[in-house]
Structure formats: structure tokens, C-alpha cells
Design a protein around this ligand. Structure first.
Ligand SMILES: [Fe+2]
Length: 666
């Protein structure tokens, strides 16, 4: 009897757990070797399709454009019945507008490529014709088209619904066409780029030109006087290495893609070691803004990002570095994540077609499995970096979508995501850039991964090593470090970044399935921060440490007198009295994300109480300042000084540093 009773209970429990494992799809996704614990084993629920910004990927939009009639190309969403995020959709309920114009506008007379719309057509029942014939009329044929061209197309869409209709978003695409008799035909197009990449002084004889096409084609780059460079295979994604170049020289190039060829564009190779001047720009946080116009275009604020990139171009910046949060992110859809990065790349294509852009991972560059966990009274929503990490993680897709150096650290635990192309360094003339990642491996202490701001030892040691190499490299005069999370926040994210109000218990962790244990890192966030601050302080060549994340402009000077806090301190925070230098920690989160304002911190309170200190003369706005304006930094470095000017998008100066190295010269 006993057996009978208990064996029945045992069978029931077994049945329930097996039913749970197989019904929740938990089983097929359990990867026993993951360094994170699957939260569903703790009763969490996976929120499928969460956090999607774009209901349609750029590929879905492009596949919906087909050969048309004498008005233009056909746009037909009819083939779609599910959106990104797996939502059922009846596209016959979709209506809206399509705007079209030549791209680039007046291409033969402009250096800085930009879009301009001229014709309009209505979307009804998910269908329309993209009105190209209108652009052939004598009075508007700005490009002098005969039988073919490239257009920029904007789709603004709504969904009919009971009550208030739903706004489905604002999408854009670039499409090549030709006329077949009176009919308009779609032909393979460059949908993204071209982008000039990997321009650096360690090897100025090579660069990489990247672009994407709508269809698999042969991609070729012709550089007069140098040669013809082909992509290895017929593909939609092209990263073509150009070799045999001379340093500090301007070259022209054209791209052949399918039956079409671009206009003649230009790029300049990296300066040689005898360079006299290096001008570059920095900004961050270009994720979508507040309004429904181009401030919110497929997850990106095109209005501000394009304006700032153009300002940098006009001010002769040889490159742009961006502190992350290019996109909305926090999405569970890989296609949505890639579509958002596509949007960002095109928001600055006027600059990138000629000069390189380098960026890093921000907290919004998050591609996640999103969970909800009901714990006692609280419901917690949290996202874990998507796995398998090799193909689905934010780090993997970031590397796929962008072209960065692969000289970052090896991951000490091979189960974790890669640092390749999200942690790297390079030299441009006499300026060395160290790009680190304090938004790595998005996780949650209870399940494994990294909280925002945290840096694991394998990366910390790499940063230390890069600083030392820079110090000992005679070709390096200045070092710039940048990552997303401010080392010293001042408004918008004082609750996290590398501070968490001084709570040193915050740290990375790893799951060990063999023991079923979550192992916390030895160092807490404050220990990690102070170790980073000390290794930076120890280097004579660091001009500034840049951050983003806080949608504003702020800067703070940190030296041995400024209270920054030590592990365990809850108030009366103490300074790091062993610091030898003063270092500028400067934040630009001004590329279009919704603005923040100032919050009190131990360090900004300090400088407000020390306005008479001589260090306040080292920059126009003193040793500490905060502005909620959108902004971009223009650095102008020569062999005897490196100045920095902060501009708003209208070219108005917010702050000026005559020489960032004053703090190291005193
Ligand atoms: Fe951020």
C-alpha cells in the first residue's frame, strides 16, 4: 500500500515536472554548459517576442517592394502574416504614406550625402505604388535621370483598429530601380553604407570598406591608381579590404554592386607617425527620441545623429567615436536588433562614406531573453544576454553588424560571450584609443552575467596592459578611453553606472551547472571602479575618460582630494588620496536620446563647494559642469596640446578645454 501510495505520488511529481520541462520549451533550450542559470528553473516566465521596436525588419520591408508599373515600384505587405516578435498581423488593415526622393540628393554636387523626399503615395490595405514617375517630370528631375536611379523611401504606417488606430512606425529604405519600357523594375541596391572602417596608424596601408546590398551580388571596390578589390563571395554583406595604400593620403573609390556602380567617393588613410594634428569627434546615446518624426526612426534619433555627424564633418573630424546606446535595443528579436543598427549606420552615412566611425556596446545594445519573476510581492522583469552566445548574443550580432579591431582580450571563461570587436584599441596618429565594455554580458546577479558598469578581471587586465603599452609607445602622445557607463555619473543613472550609490555588493557572477551554484565575482563594483581609476591615474598620457548613458553633457575632474567612495562606505565618502594626477571624466549622452538632468553625487557636491580651486580655470565651465543639451565633442590634438570643445547641434559652444593635459602637466 505504502509503495502504491508513494509510487503514485512519485509518478505524479515526475509527470508534472516533465510536463513543465517539455511544455515550456525549457528542455530544448537548456544548454547545460551555460554560465547562467535558466531563470525558468526558478519559476520565471520567458516573455517571448518582448521589447520589439520594429514590427518589420529592413529585409521584410525590402522584400515587400517589387517590380511595378508606369507609376513606380509595387509595395505589398501581403506576404507578411507575422511581425517581429511573433505577433499575428492582418496587413490588409494597414494604411499610411510613402514618401520618395532621389538618394543621395543632387549626388553629383554634394560631398556629404543626404536624403530629400519629393513625391508621396498612399498605402491602402497594405499596398501602394512607390511614386517614382513623378520624380522624372521635367520640373523635379533634379538628378537628370534617364532610365534608372536610386531612391530613398520613407514608409509611415498605421493599423486600422477598434477605437484608436495603431501607429506602426516610420521606416526607411534605399532602393535602386530601372525602367523596362514604361515599367519600373527593382534591381539590387546598396541598402547600407558604404562605410570606411579600420583606418589606423599601426597599419595605414589598409582599410576596410563595408556595405550591404538588397540581394546577393558580387561586391567590388575600384580605387583608381591602386586596384580593384572584390568580396570573397557573392553576398548581401560586404567587408572588402583595400591594401597597398600610402599613409595620410586621399583616395577616390567607386563600388560596383550587381549591374550598378556608385558615384566617385573619397577616403583618407591614417596619418603617419609624423602627423602634426588629429581632429576627432565624440558623442553618445542616439537611441530614439520623443517625437514621431525622424527622431524615432527604426529605433534611432536620425534628426540629431545626422546633424551632429554633419557638424563633425564640417569641423574636419577625421573620425567619430560613439559611446554606445546607438539604438533602443532591449529586444528579444535578432532581426529587430540588426534593423535598428542598420538604421543607426544610415543615420551617419554622410560622414561614414568618407571617414571612419568606431563605437562600443551600451546598455541599450541589449539582445535579450526577457523574463518575469514573481517573487513574494514584487514582480521582476529582467533580461539576460541571448544564447547561444556564438550567434544570438548582443556581442555576436554587434560584431556581425559592425567592423572593429579584433585585438581585445580573450575571455577567461570560454562559456561567456566574446569581447571580439566590442573591446579593442587602435592608434590614429599620436592618439591611442582604448575602447572598453562596461555593458558586457547583460545579466542578473541571481542567475549569472554582468550588471551594468561591471568589468571582469580578464578585461581589467587587458585595459591595464593597453595603458602600459601606450605609455611605453613613443608614437603615442595622448590616450583616450571610452565606454558607455560613466565611471562617475552625475545625472540620469546615478543609481547604476560604476556607482550604485556606493553599493559594493553589486558584481558579476557565473553559474556552475555541475554544482548548481551561482559564484559571485571576488571584486565588487566599487573595487573594480577604483582599480580602473588608479590604473588610469598611473598613466601620464591619459587625456580623458569618456562615457555616455546619461543623456546630457557633464564633466568632472577627479584627483586625490575628491570624495569618490571606498568599498563599504555609505556616507562621508573618502577620496583616493594615493592618486598622483587629476583626470577628466567627461560624458556625452547627447546624440538624441530623451534628455536627463543633474543629480547630486559626492564628487559634484565637492566641486560646487570648491569653486575657488585653481583647477576651475582649466576649462571654461570649471572642474565640474552639467548641461541637458544635446551635444558633441570636437577634439583638436597637436603635439603640444589637446583641446576639446563641446558643441550643441546648432554649433553653439557649451564648454571649452584649452588643453586636457594641463591636469597631467601640473
Ligand atoms: Fe545607456
Amino acid at each position: 500500500m505504502y509503495l502504491k501510495k508513494n509510487s503514485f505520488k512519485m509518478i505524479l511529481i515526475l509527470f508534472i515536472s516533465l510536463n513543465f520541462i517539455f511544455s515550456s520549451g525549457f528542455a530544448e533550450e537548456i544548454n547545460s554548459n551555460l554560465p547562467v542559470k535558466d531563470p525558468r528553473s526558478d519559476g520565471a516566465t520567458l516573455l517571448k517576442g518582448s521589447g520589439v521596436t520594429n514590427l518589420f525588419s529592413i529585409d521584410m520591408m525590402l522584400d515587400s517592394v517589387k517590380d511595378g508599373n508606369s507609376i513606380g515600384l509595387l509595395f505589398d505587405l501581403g506576404g507578411i502574416n507575422k511581425t517581429l516578435g511573433d505577433r499575428e498581423i492582418d496587413t490588409s488593415k494597414i494604411y499610411g504614406d510613402i514618401y520618395t526622393g532621389p538618394y543621395p540628393f543632387e549626388k553629383d554636387e554634394t560631398e556629404y550625402a543626404y536624403k530629400r523626399f519629393r513625391s508621396r503615395s498612399k498605402i491602402k490595405k497594405g499596398k501602394s505604388y512607390i511614386n517614382i514617375s513623378y520624380l522624372f517630370m521635367n520640373v523635379v528631375n533634379s538628378e537628370g535621370w534617364k532610365d534608372k536611379g536610386t531612391i530613398a523611401v520613407k514608409f509611415v504606417m498605421f493599423m486600422e483598429k477598434e477605437g484608436e488606430d495603431e501607429y506602426l512606425g516610420n521606416y526607411e529604405a534605399r532602393i535602386d530601380f530601372r525602367k523596362d519600357g514604361k515599367r519600373f523594375i527593382k534591381v539590387p541596391s546598396i541598402i547600407e553604407g558604404p562605410m570606411i572602417n579600420l583606418v589606423h596608424s599601426e597599419n595605414p596601408s589598409e582599410i576596410v570598406i563595408a556595405f550591404k546590398t538588397s540581394d546577393p551580388v558580387n561586391g567590388e571596390v575600384f580605387v583608381p591608381g591602386v586596384g580593384l578589390f572584390r568580396n570573397k563571395a557573392i553576398s548581401k554583406s560586404h567587408e572588402i579590404k583595400i591594401t597597398g595604400l600610402d599613409p595620410d593620403k586621399e583616395y577616390r573609390y567607386r563600388i560596383r554592386y550587381g549591374e550598378n556602380m556608385t558615384g566617385s567617393y573619397k577616403f583618407r588613410t591614417a596619418p603617419s607617425d609624423s602627423a602634426g594634428q588629429v581632429i576627432f569627434a565624440y558623442t553618445g546615446d542616439s537611441r530614439a527620441g520623443t517625437t514621431r518624426d525622424d527622431a524615432k526612426l527604426m529605433g534611432v534619433n536620425h534628426l540629431t545623429m545626422e546633424r551632429l555627424a554633419n557638424l563633425a564633418y564640417r569641423m574636419n573630424s577625421s573620425l567619430i567615436i560613439q559611446g554606445g546606446d546607438m539604438i533602443n535595443g532591449y529586444t528579444s528579436s535578432k532581426e529587430d536588433f540588426s534593423t535598428q543598427l542598420h538604421s543607426w549606420k544610415n543615420s551617419i552615412s554622410g560622414f561614414w562614406r568618407e571617414r571612419p566611425v568606431y563605437t562600443c556596446i551600451g546598455n541599450h545594445e541589449a539582445l535579450v531573453n526577457e523574463y518575469i519573476l514573481k517573487k513574494r510581492k514584487r514582480r521582476e522583469n529582467f533580461g539576460l544576454d541571448k544564447w547561444p552566445y556564438e550567434t544570438e548574443s548582443a556581442e555576436a550580432v554587434f560584431a556581425e553588424e559592425l567592423v572593429h579591431f579584433r585585438n581585445g582580450p580573450e575571455v577567461s571563461d570560454k562559456r561567456r560571450p566574446t569581447y571580439s570587436e566590442n573591446v579593442y584599441s587602435f592608434r590614429f596618429g599620436f592618439v591611442k584609443f582604448i575602447v572598453f565594455n562596461n555593458n558586457y554580458w547583460r545579466g542578473w546577479m541571481d542567475f549569472g552575467g554582468s550588471p551594468e558598469g561591471y568589468i571582469f578581471d580578464d578585461q581589467l587586465n587587458w585595459i591595464k596592459n593597453e595603458l602600459e603599452k601606450g605609455e611605453n609607445n613613443p608614437a603615442v602622445k595622448y590616450i583616450i578611453l571610452f565606454a558607455q557607463e560613466p565611471v562617475f555619473p552625475n545625472g540620469g543613472h546615478v543609481k547604476d553606472c560604476m556607482w550604485y550609490y556606493g553599493d559594493n555588493s553589486v558584481r558579476g557572477s557565473q553559474y556552475h551547472p555541475e554544482s548548481g551554484k551561482i559564484v559571485l565575482e571576488k571584486k565588487g563594483i566599487i573595487e573594480v571602479r577604483n582599480e580602473l581609476v588608479r590604473m588610469i591615474d598611473n598613466n601620464k598620457k591619459v587625456a580623458a575618460v569618456l562615457g555616455s548613458d546619461e543623456h546630457a553633457y557633464h564633466k568632472i575632474l577627479i584627483d586625490k582630494t575628491v570624495p569618490v567612495g571606498k568599498p563599504g562606505e555609505k556616507e562621508n565618502y573618502s577620496p583616493l588620496s594615493d592618486l598622483k594626477h587629476s583626470t577628466w571624466y567627461i560624458v556625452s549622452g547627447g546624440a538624441g536620446a530623451p534628455y536627463y538632468s543633474e543629480e547630486p553625487t559626492p564628487w559634484n557636491r565637492f566641486w560646487k563647494q570648491n569653486k575657488n580651486r585653481p583647477e576651475n580655470n582649466w576649462a571654461e565651465k570649471g572642474a565640474y559642469y552639467y548641461s541637458s543639451q544635446e551635444n558633441i565633442f570636437i577634439f583638436d590634438a597637436t603635439r603640444d596640446r589637446i583641446s576639446m570643445t563641446v558643441y550643441n547641434p546648432y554649433g553653439e559652444k557649451i564648454d571649452f578645454f584649452p588643453d586636457l593635459m594641463i591636469s597631467r602637466k601640473n
